[in-house]
Design a protein around this ligand. Structure first.
Ligand code: AMP
Length: 364
């Protein structure tokens, strides 16, 4: 069920998940006069510091979920591995947005790719892999190098392994613990970009400027706008994102990650994956756009008109990973830089501790 009413300020937004995305959603919601209630199994969650109400309970705890649903006016989530049953259970009591079907599709790399194919959107060549025999058959077709990825619970390079010339199928299969997977042909891309689309309850859609992403050790390092892309390719990327959002009857912010392949001087887009939530590659919008991805997600699920996605500045977002956040004092003093820290007590290698948006006058 999704009602078409506009939630008035003072309403309570329920957020499943308590990481930095939940924290930034909650502060954006507070700017519009909403209260937030975060539900997260981890009592040390960064979002807990900035919200009106918190529940620490497992996603399978039905009495805690029922109480949570009864205390909020709409439920959303800040990460995609919320169990589908949890979303469905809550959906019987309260609006859950984006809808649980969109969540289920993006939790499974195979259904994600099948959706893209059904919409005529290019993806890397792939094959379903359920055991060593099907992996061997897939390697015959797709060749080496290729990348074996678990269908579920993969993020920041976890749950995936490259299979190079001379490397064998069973070692790769063991490396992903024999979980249902897809094998993907290796894409020689010129760059990686993402399209951030927001879709309202009434189907209104807006897309942010396409952003160019650089990963280091499988973790996003920087996001830069404008991306180095032709106007036609940018338009095509926006159109793909809007098409996916409509097909899923999506409400909220959706990220679509793509590879840009250059061949004979022409650019081609290949969708890598989608994320049914606000996204790290959209953090630049906090300081580079009139209305950020976080506020627009809140507006969308609250049934409000979308805010302007117009970019007013050039921006480079740099993630602060592990000890990089120890430079906070120097970053705070840097002209043109806006520092965002997540309030995480413990710094660990590879852990996202904050980010900095470096803003300059709009060019391009
Ligand atoms: P993913 O977990 O699917 O987002 O993949 C993480 C990163 O691995 C991507 O951002 C790419 O840099 C790289 N990657 C993933 N799939 C492929 C592919 N099929 N070909 C080449 N590089 C890939």
């Amino acid at each position: 069920m999704t009602s078409s009413k506009m939630l008035p300020p003072g309403s309570t937004i329920g957020i499943l998940g308590g990481g930095q995305l939940g924290r930034m959603l909650a502060t954006a919601a507070a700017e519009l006069g909403f209260r937030c209630h975060v539900y997260c199994p981890d009592g040390e969650s960064p979002a807990f510091d900035v919200v009106a109400a918190r529940t620490t309970a497992a996603y399978e705890n039905q009495s805690a979920l029922a109480a949570f649903a009864g205390s909020v006016d709409v439920v959303t989530y800040e990460f995609e591995n919320v169990p589908a049953d949890t979303a469905a259970f809550l959906g019987e009591q309260v609006d859950v947005l984006p809808n649980p079907h969109a969540l289920a599709v993006s939790q499974d790399r195979l259904s994600e790719k099948e959706l893209m194919q059904s919409l005529g959107i290019p993806v890397a060549p792939f094959a379903q892999v359920d055991d060593v025999a099907s992996l061997e058959a897939a390697l015959e077709t797709l060749g080496r190098p290729s990348i074996l990825k678990t269908r579920r619970f993969g993020y920041d390079g976890k749950g995936q392994v490259a299979i190079r010339a001379g490397e064998d199928a069973s070692t790769a299969w063991e490396a992903i613990a024999g979980r249902p997977a897809v094998l993907e042909g290796f894409v020689t891309f010129a760059r990686e970009v993402s399209a951030l689309v927001v879709r309202g309850r009434n189907g209104e859609t807006a897309v942010y400027d396409i952003v160019e992403n650089v990963h280091r050790n499988h973790i996003l390092a920087t996001s830069t706008v404008p991306a180095q892309l032709s106007a036609a390719t940018s338009d095509a990327a926006r159109e793909i994102a809007a098409r996916v959002a409509s097909a899923l009857d999506y409400v909220g912010l959706l990220a679509v990650e793509m590879f840009v392949v250059e061949e004979n001087g022409a650019e081609r887009l290949i969708v890598n994956e989608i994320a049914p939530r606000v996204h790290n590659s959209g953090h630049w919008t906090q300081d580079g756009c009139i209305v950020s991805q976080f506020e627009n997600h809140i507006r969308a699920i609250a049934g409000w008109p979308l805010g302007s996605t117009e970019r007013h500045s050039n921006a480079v977002m740099t993630n602060l990973i592990g000890a990089e956040a120890d430079d906070w004092a120097a970053l705070a003093a840097e002209p043109g830089a806006r520092l965002h820290l997540y309030g995480k007590a413990e710094s660990r290698p590879g852990r996202k501790m904050g980010h900095v948006n470096r803003i300059s006058p709009k060019v391009g």
